[in-house]
Design a protein around this ligand. Structure first.
Ligand code: ACM
Ligand code: ZN
Length: 766
């Protein structure tokens, strides 16, 4: 192909067509296009129009290198008309070859109109530096637009893993591109308190820090000045920040600073492992109510929005059941159990209703997680439905506002979006882009009952237990947040996944402009991706991606480039090989490269065993060892020996009473013996234990990984019969995940089977 045309007029494939996300309510394509030129000007009469104009002009000038300014009679016009009959967030955008006209009732509407105009321009308009050879043209269109829902949010959790002020600003910039308008800021947790409260200085000094299992300190908090800076930055982008102060559970960090807030008042430290803490605020004492009122007084003054989120989720009732003061409160307030609720659930409701009054006193309406329904809902509360939609439905049926954020419907962005056996560890779940996109926040039941108007919108939750770096945080958040943005804005009947993923290719280039490390669908193998594939005669490797994306690969050990061979059919092997394979987006941006080793093996022979007895021999070594080197260096003094029936007994040898492992006498354990392989063949193994050995060779090495969905599956060719087998368990906590949470099983799949099965006790001998 001869490509000697003027490169300045070349349109990249991802810039073709209309790519606006979220898709506008009504869009007519006109004739021709508007060309942005150096020296052009923008007409913006009043101060509000000027502020919006300047926000966009600075972006446009940065990417184009042009000098565009606000001037009378500019050919790009921003017009505000407070009396216009349109939605407060709505706008009209008219682009012709001669002019651009944005009209809205509010500055927010103008801002959204200009965001749509920016999305008509090539995606490079989001670049932080001048981009040459881009035709800066916008298709002529006539758009009339408004959002379906008023609440289009993302929740961030800087408590488990901190987010700096700059990282939050970067995310706010991107949320604004896609017309998201709420950032829910989860500020307090068992693992860390993150907001400065002047009256309680120990929240910053003590509650913001935890000592990790490896002895390092992890911490961070936002000063009130930083909070104001974030709130202002968000507000400049028409994003309201909704602060969350959790109560009465998820409060261990505060309790660590002020122990008298809990029932027992014992001295305690912030939690270092994930999960739900049972040491909570006492509902019998007055002190927690006073403390929370003081906190709310300071928080309310920092956040101008109408809402305060008071948490309310996952508050275990164990301490309340045995606390004399909590029980006294139950008697005095007559919070007796009824057929729907326990006394302690009604005590939680009492707690929330008291805090609702406090919030009202400081001018705020409360939002709570759906547990606030238990024991009776506060009259003015908005419910955030996270455990499915049931809580949201129940709340709407009783005329309460609802924000839908069900984890099971793709709105928990800490879930996997592709095969868990490749890429960084996540909390679990599976919510690929299509699932997140397909969610409809209005349940049919509510439509049938005429209550759909109580659904105010939806929110993606980016819980951060497993978001060890900001790169991983962005990888989980994007592009799924864009699916939520579209569901929040675009009329349900206008949504179209195939068209959305076409527009996503363009949006990804905009995300590149902001340096966002978004997820790119990876080459995956059916029945579980595996980087080490053994075979005996021949093997065929199939790769797929979870949305249509080109894949390229090499077989000569070199790193693939965009020009490498395109994958379009299964790869067949009869000899050893190294496959290096990656996905490539239309922008030529590549995914991480996967290296898959293909190895020809002969069946490893079975052992001859004179006498076999069921079970494995286990040896126990006391102490905490974070890795194999530490265990080996310890001298490995055997403290106990035992025959175990099942590898799960490696974990249950010594039972823990508290899932935090507080005060637990840690140990490691090694089990040896034989595993009975039913038939000749290639077997894939999967385990979250530290190591798995077979026939004297280390097959699985999970060193350095969180012991949760370890991406270390491996295969081996084995003859039918008994094979030497060794399994190592290290009792410790790594990345906030105690290895005792693992179920200890080892899973196996014969290459011609589809699913993994646990190795059963009947297969283990010594
Ligand atoms: C939640 O995920 N605990 C609201
Ligand atoms: Zn109590």
């Amino acid at each position: 192909m001869i490509s000697c045309g003027n490169s300045a007029t070349e349109i990249k494939s991802y810039n073709e067509g209309i790519n606006i996300i979220p898709k506008p309510l009504s869009l007519e394509v006109g004739n021709g296009s508007f060309k942005l030129k150096d020296g052009m000007s923008v007409h913006a009469a009043g101060q509000d129009e000027k502020t919006v104009a300047e926000y966009f002009i600075s972006k446009i000038n940065r990417a184009t290198g042009f000098d565009i300014q606000v001037k009378e009679n500019g050919c790009i016009r921003l017009e505000l008309d407070p009396s216009a009959s349109m939605d407060d967030e709505g706008y009209t955008l008219n682009v012709t070859p001669e002019s651009v006209l944005v009209k809205a009732k509010t500055a927010q509407g103008l801002f959204y109109g200009m965001q749509s105009f920016m999305q008509l321009l090539p995606a490079e308009i989001e670049s932080p530096a001048v981009v040459k050879n881009v035709p800066w043209v916008a298709q002529a269109v006539n758009i009339t637009d408004e959002p379906k829902f008023e609440y289009r949010g993302l929740m961030i959790d800087p408590c488990r893993h901190f987010m700096t002020v700059d990282e939050i600003k970067k995310q706010l910039d991107v949320m604004a591109l896609f017309k998201m308008n709420r950032m829910h800021w989860h500020l307090t947790e068992d693992q860390g308190w993150r907001i400065e409260i002047k009256k309680y200085p120990k929240l910053a000094e003590v509650a913001s820090k935890r000592i990790e299992a490896d002895g390092t300190e992890y911490g961070g908090y936002y000063t009130q000045e930083e909070v104001k800076e974030i709130v202002k930055y968000a507000s400049d982008r028409f994003i309201t920040v909704v602060p969350e102060i959790e109560l009465p559970g998820h409060e261990l960090a505060a309790i660590s600073a002020y122990p008298e807030l809990s029932c027992k008042g014992q001295s305690i430290t912030p939690r270092t492992v994930w999960g739900v803490e049972h040491v909570v605020m006492c509902a019998g004492k007055e002190l927690p109510f006073q403390f929370l009122e003081d906190v709310i007084a300071e928080v309310a003054a920092l956040f101008p929005g109408e809402y305060l989120h008071i948490g309310g989720d996952e508050c275990p009732k164990t301490s309340w059941k045995t606390c004399p003061l909590c029980q006294k409160r139950i008697r005095e307030e007559k919070l007796f159990a009824d057929k729907n609720h326990t006394a302690e659930e009604r005590l939680q409701s009492y707690f929330v209703q008291r805090m609702e009054k406090v919030a009202t006193k400081y001018g705020k309406k409360i939002i709570g997680w759906d547990e606030i329904l238990e024991g009776g809902l506060s009259p003015t509360a908005t419910v955030m439905s996270w455990r499915g939609e049931e809580g949201g439905i129940a709340a709407a049926l009783t005329n309460h506002d609802v924000i839908m954020t069900p984890g099971s419907n793709g709105l928990y962005l800490d879930y996997y979006q592709g095969d868990c056996k490749i890429g960084p560890v996540a909390i679990g779940g599976f919510s690929p882009l299509e699932k997140t996109y397909s969610y409809n926040p209005v349940p049919d039941t509510l439509v049938a009952m005429g209550k759909e108007n109580f659904i105010k919108g939806l929110q993606g939750n980016v819980w951060s237990e497993y978001l060890y770096t900001n790169d991983i945080r962005e990888y989980r958040t994007f592009p799924r947040a864009l699916a939520i943005a579209e569901t929040g804005w675009t009329a349900t009947e206008q949504k179209d996944y195939n068209d959305f993923i076409r527009r996503i290719d363009n949006a990804c280039v905009r995300l590149d402009g902001h340096g966002i490390n978004y997820y790119i669908p990876m080459p995956e193998q059916p029945n579980g991706s595996c980087d080490f594939v053994a075979f005996t005669d021949n093997v065929s490797l199939t790769f797929t991606t979870n949305r249509p994306v080109k894949m390229v690969y090499t077989l000569d050990g070199t790193e693939p480039t965009i020009n490498s061979t395109v994958y379009n059919a299964p790869l067949d092997f009869t000899e050893n090989a190294t496959v290096k394979i990656a996905s490539v987006l239309p922008s030529n941006k590549m995914s991480r490269v996967r290296t898959v080793t293909v190895e020809k093996q002969t069946l490893s022979p079975a052992a001859t065993v004179e006498k076999k007895t069921p079970g494995l021999n286990m040896e126990v070594i006391d102490g905490t060892y974070l890795n194999m080197a530490e265990l080996e260096k310890s001298g490995m003094k055997v403290a106990d020996k035992k025959v175990i029936k099942d590898t799960r007994e490696l974990i249950t040898y010594r039972k823990f009473s508290e899932e935090t492992m507080r005060g637990f006498k840690q140990y490691s354990a090694i089990a040896t013996g034989y595993v009975d392989i039913p038939a000749d063949g290639v077997y894939f193994f999967s385990s979250d234990l530290e190591e798995v050995w077979i026939d004297g060779k280390k097959l699985i090495n999970n060193g350095g990984f969180v012991k949760h969905f370890c991406p270390t599956n491996k295969s081996v060719a084995l003859s039918a019969g008994l094979h030497e087998f060794k399994v190592v368990f290290l009792g410790n906590s790594y990345g906030g995940y105690p290895t005792h949470w693992n179920d200890g099983s080892i899973n196996i799949r014969k290459s011609d089977e589809e699913s993994f099965k646990k190795i059963k006790p009947e297969s283990l001998f010594h």
